[in-house]
Structure formats: structure tokens, C-alpha cells
Design a protein around this ligand. Structure first.
Ligand code: ACO
Length: 325
């Protein structure tokens, strides 16, 4: 029996031009570089001024397609994970497909799963590829979180940033074993009982405005550490691998203390964990694909490396994936 795998064949990212440092923030709210760095690990973040989500996501998608050695007309599916669309409708994915010149008829849609959005998108695209519905897919995560942050609230405004990342997946014959290259396992979760812990203060049908982000930081922290570690363990088991097989752990980039607790629970050495939150902040759905693309560009990855992705965010939603490059 033929077994189809979704192989990662291209990476791309894009960051808005403006950089906002912790010192800059200390002139906007009562905070300091020392407080932000010691509590979160964040030093700076990019902020969209003229750029919109479709602009940075479109650039990331275009870069990923080029990196794969393909053209926009080769793409059969586009999924964008984002909670900060250009317009309420149509989807930002459709706008990108139009701007880049994807073939007419190619499905393109957004998904909303907050910081887990990219892992959700990866799960959907991988399933469609393995079912034989599409051959080549682009999945992206992109956010302009600066547009839904309360810039007077020091509890939240220091945490977030803007950016976009994308990867190209392509169907390739595999054996069904864990030695295959491509996506080896994915698992996504949600628990709506925790809806109020992390949310915006409004939305289209309730207040007719997107609102601003509010959160119970301690509650988020507590759940994030457990969910991120558990999702990683589940997907490793489902892939038929163990912690010792991990070459790179790529966790959602929210806070260095969360990442470090997850790393310790998984008993992984520090040099196997990708950290980009120091210069990106928390970019929600963009954080994992940004980390993937930057690491690829730096030449960190080699063929055959096992990547474990793990994410958690508003909803709560969470999930993980194991990929062999
Ligand atoms: N600068 C200075 N002081 C601040 C700031 C700031 N930017 N923000 C809060 N404080 C103050 C608080 O007001 C509080 O003061 P008080 O004691 O007088 O009331 C004090 O610092 C301590 O606040 P705590 O909430 O106890 O600080 P804590 O050590 O828990 O860190 C943090 C707060 C960083 C938000 C932490 O709870 C956290 O990381 N939570 C996870 C949240 C997260 O990453 N969310 C992102 C979205 S979810 C996700 O992506 C998984």
C-alpha cells in the first residue's frame, strides 16, 4: 500500500520594518527593560506601521514558495492561521492567493486558533495531502497583534509582536514508518471552558469592534506549561519516537520561562530548543513558522532532523506535531 507523507520543502518569513525595544516601551507605560527581560525573555519585537497581515503573510508565503523552487501557480492549497485579518471577510488567505497569482479554483481559507493556529493549519493540510486531495500546500501563520493590544496596559502590551512565517508541504511517497521524511504525526485540542482566560474584549457580533487582548497571565502560564509538554509527548508517541529522538524542539514563543519549564519536563538540553521570542515577542500563530524559517535560514537544520512543534493559546487551544526534515 502506498503511504503518502507531507514533506517540508520550503520556508519563508517576513517581519515589519519597525522594531520596538523594551526601552521604547518604558517611555509608553510604567515598565523597564529589566522587568520585561527577567519575566519574559523578550528584548524587542517588530511592529506593523504601514504593513497589514496580508502584506507580511503574502511576503512570507512568496519567500517559502521561492525557497521550495516553485511558482505560485504550483500551489494547490493555502491555509492562513491568524486572528488579525485585513478584513472580517473575505479571508486574508484569499487576498494573498489573488495578490500572488494562485490558480483560480485553488482553495484558500483562514483559521482562527490563536497561538495554536499554525499547528492546526499543519494538521489540516497534512490530512488533505495524505488523503490525496492536494499535492502541494502552503501554510502560514501571520499576525498584526499590535492592532489589538491595549498600549496603556503594561500587563499585556510588552508581550506581543507582529510577523509572519510560512512553509510549503508536498506529497511524497513514504513507508508509514518513523524513518520517513515529512510530517509524522499531529494532534490538536481545545477546551472552551477556559474561554475567558485569554481573549479580546470584543468582536464583530458582540461589540462590532475587535476589542483588545486581556488575559489572566498566571492561569495561562500554569496551563501552558502542562499542555505544551503533554502535546509534545503525545505526538512523539504517535510518531513512534521518544524524547531522545528530538533534534529540535520548536515551542510556541510566548515566554522564556514557559519554554524552559516545558524543556525541563521533556528533559531536553537547552541547545536543542529554538528561541526567537527574544527578538520577536509573542507573535501568536506566526511564532512557530517564524522560528522554523529563521532557523532554516541560519542553516541550523539538516536533512533527517526530527522537529517537535508544540503550541498553546487562547481558547484554550493546544497541539503538537512531529516532522522529520
Ligand atoms: N512592567 C512592570 N511591572 C509589571 C508589568 C510590566 N510590564 N506587568 C505587570 N507588572 C506588575 C504587576 O502589576 C504586578 O504588580 P503588583 O504586584 O503590584 O500587582 C507585578 O508586576 C507582578 O505581576 P505578576 O503577574 O505576578 O508577574 P508574573 O511574574 O506572573 O509575570 C507574566 C507576568 C509575564 C504576564 C506571566 O504571568 C506570564 O508570562 N504569563 C503567560 C502569559 C503569556 O505569555 N501570554 C501570552 C499569550 S498565551 C500564549 O501565548 C501561550
Amino acid at each position: 500500500m502506498m503511504f503518502i507523507r507531507s514533506k517540508l520543502i520550503g520556508f519563508g518569513h517576513c517581519l515589519p520594518a519597525k522594531i520596538l525595544t523594551n526601552d521604547d516601551l518604558s517611555h509608553m507605560v510604567e515598565t523597564s527593560d529589566e522587568w520585561i527581560r527577567s519575566r519574559t525573555g523578550i528584548r524587542s519585537r517588530h511592529i506593523a506601521e504601514t504593513e497589514t497581515t496580508s502584506v507580511i503573510a503574502g511576503q512570507a508565503v512568496s519567500n517559502a514558495i521561492k525557497d521550495a523552487g516553485l511558482k505560485p501557480e504550483d500551489i494547490d492549497l493555502l491555509i492562513l492561521a491568524s486572528i488579525t485579518p485585513d478584513n472580517t471577510t473575505p479571508s486574508t488567505a484569499v487576498k494573498i492567493a489573488g495578490n500572488l497569482g494562485f490558480r483560480s479554483g485553488v482553495p484558500a481559507f483562514d483559521i482562527s486558533a490563536a497561538c495554536s493556529g499554525f499547528v492546526y493549519a499543519l494538521t489540516l493540510a497534512d490530512n488533505m495531502i495524505r488523503l490525496g486531495q492536494v499535492k502541494t500546500a502552503v501554510i502560514a501563520g501571520a499576525e498584526c497583534l499590535s492592532k489589538i493590544v491595549d498600549w496603556q496596559d503594561r500587563n499585556t502590551c510588552v508581550l506581543f509582536g507582529d510577523g509572519a512565517g510560512a512553509v510549503v508541504l508536498q506529497a511524497e511517497a513514504g513507508t508509514g514508518k518513523s524513518s520517513d521524511r515529512g510530517v509524522l504525526s499531529t494532534h490538536i485540542y481545545a477546551d472552551g471552558a477556559l474561554y475567558d482566560c485569554l481573549k479580546t474584549t470584543g468582536g464583530v457580533s458582540s461589540t462590532q469592534s475587535p476589542g483588545v487582548v486581556t488575559m489572566d497571565g498566571k492561569e495561562v502560564f500554569k496551563h501552558a506549561v502542562v499542555s505544551l509538554a503533554e502535546a509534545a509527548e503525545v505526538v512523539l508517541q504517535e510518531a513512534g519516537l521518544s524524547k531522545s529522538n528530538i533534534d529540535w524542539l520548536i515551542p510556541h514563543q510566548a515566554n522564556v520561562r514557559i519554554v524552559d519549564s516545558v524543556r525541563q519536563r521533556l528533559e531536553i538540553p537547552e541547545d536543542k530548543v529554538i528561541i526567537t521570542l527574544d527578538h520577536h515577542g509573542n507573535t501568536s500563530a506566526a511564532s512557530i513558522p517564524l522560528a522554523l524559517s529563521e532557523s532554516h535560514q541560519k542553516g541550523l537544520f539538516k536533512d533527517g532532523d526530527v522537529l517537535v512543534l508544540t503550541a498553546m493559546g487562547a481558547g484554550f487551544t493546544w497541539g503538537g506535531a512531529v516532522i522529520r526534515l
